[in-house]
Design a protein around this ligand. Structure first.
Ligand SMILES: *Cc1c(COP(=O)(O)O)cnc(C)c1O
Ligand SMILES: [Zn+2]
Length: 388
């Protein structure tokens, strides 16, 4: 509701609300959605939230769907923010440490948030068939939401995608194609075939609404921390939708007068086998080159080239954050460390945040008593191959 227009995040070209879009027609970069926040805040108040449904559509005034009948919901969002004191006690300094546990989303990852928003908008705008390349969890989420909306989903995944992702897509009624290559190769196939097949492409940031679904993590953090934000957020980064979305949410909340201008330090965590954002951050570049021979068991982080690279890097820099690469060995062993301390079976992507936090502590990038949030973006049970 309340969408005023869309705007290219790179060149600023504006676009009318309530139409189907992929990338900016001028410069090929992602579009972002803008709202009439003065109107939104009349009904979306801190008080009104107390009685709303416990899913991300509680923030409907700042989400793009106009007609609530088009909302495609499986109960996504409003995930627990767990204080993890036993895990924090293993660190060499005292922190208020939390894990935002996104594994409780439908289809067991935070991809559900983005796909719920994107599929709802696709439904509102008359789409019948959607397509996407995926490293795994995006496909699982799209398959589920497309079926729930009565749409066809056409999914393209690398051959070595975790088996659970492939099986869940098949069992939730999608058309699945396995590709001998990376997610970038899968993306090329979607781009080549979509016009002839009549598919709407919902690739990460190639349509504007997945970010809107994911930004709700920023609203939830503020709400769950009693309208404050943490000092540090560690975010396992592939395409970066969640980081970009939360950064946007903070801005919207400030404009509505809910928070001040202080921002968390945004920390992008990647695997050493695929770390284009980490490399670009330390090189001082605004855009990230494609990472050659990308490989990591944390399949959600296997994104060698992110189209929203500049938005991720801008947010990290503006927040005085950083970017850290973690070896596969360390991120896999962190799964067990978190699991044994807190009973959470994390996705390897989420677990990667723990060794990254240790590195920040060693380098004095986090201080005694600070509030730190780690994003566990998915469920470990989908990655049984990693623990063989
Ligand atoms: C997709 C994915 C990521 C990366 O998310 P982005 O928003 O694309 O950066 C991290 N963890 C898991 C489990 C994922 O599925
Ligand atoms: Zn543009």
């Amino acid at each position: 509701m309340n969408v005023t227009h869309l705007e290219c995040a790179n060149c600023g070209k504006t676009y009318e609300a309530n139409k189907l879009y992929n990338l900016c027609v001028e410069c090929g970069k992602p579009l972002l959605v803008f709202y009439d926040l003065e109107t939104a805040k009349q009904t979306l108040t801190k008080d009104s939230l107390k009685t709303r449904s416990e899913n991300l559509w509680r923030y409907a005034e700042v989400l793009p769907v106009e007609n609530p009948e088009n909302i495609v919901c499986l109960g996504e969002g409003f995930t627990p923010l767990l204080k993890v004191e036993r895990l924090a006690a293993t660190l060499p300094l005292k922190l208020n440490l939390y894990i935002k546990d996104e594994s409780t989303n439908p289809t067991q990852s935070f991809k559900a948030r983005g796909m719920s928003a994107a599929v709802s908008m696709a439904k509102e705008l008359g789409v019948k068939k959607v397509a996407a390349p995926s490293a795994g969890n995006a496909a699982g989420a799209l398959a589920a939401y497309a079926s729930r909306a009565g749409m066809e989903a056409h999914l393209f995944m690398p051959q070595d995608t975790p088996k659970a992702n492939i099986v869940e897509c098949e069992q939730t009624g999608a058309f699945v194609t396995l590709v001998d290559g990376l997610i970038t190769d899968c993306g090329k196939i979607v781009a080549e075939r979509k016009d002839a097949e009549g598919w709407f492409d919902v690739s990460t940031l190639k349509e504007p609404y997945r970010v809107e679904g994911k930004k709700t993590m920023g609203y939830e953090l503020a709400e769950q921390l009693d309208w404050t934000l943490p000092d540090v957020i560690l975010y396992p980064t592939g395409g970066g939708t969640g980081l970009i979305g939360m950064w946007k949410a903070f801005d919207e909340m400030e404009k509505m007068g809910w928070i001040d201008s202080k921002r968390p330090r945004m920390v992008s965590v990647q695997s050493a086998g695929c770390a284009p954002i980490v490399r670009a951050f330390h090189a001082g570049s605004r855009f990230a080159d494609e990472f050659e021979n990308a490989h990591t068991v944390a399949s959600g982080l296997r994104v060698p080239k992110a189209i929203g690279d500049f938005l991720i890097l801008d947010a990290i820099r503006a927040s005085n954050g950083t970017a850290i690469a973690v070896s596969d060995e360390n991120l896999v062993s962190a799964v067990k460390e978190i699991g044994a301390a807190e009973g959470l079976f994390c996705a390897p992507e989420g677990a990667a945040c723990l060794p990254a936090l240790r590195e920040m502590i060693e380098k004095d990038l986090v201080g005694e008593g600070e509030t730190v949030v780690i994003f566990n973006t998915g469920a470990g049970v989908k990655y049984l191959e990693c623990f063989a």
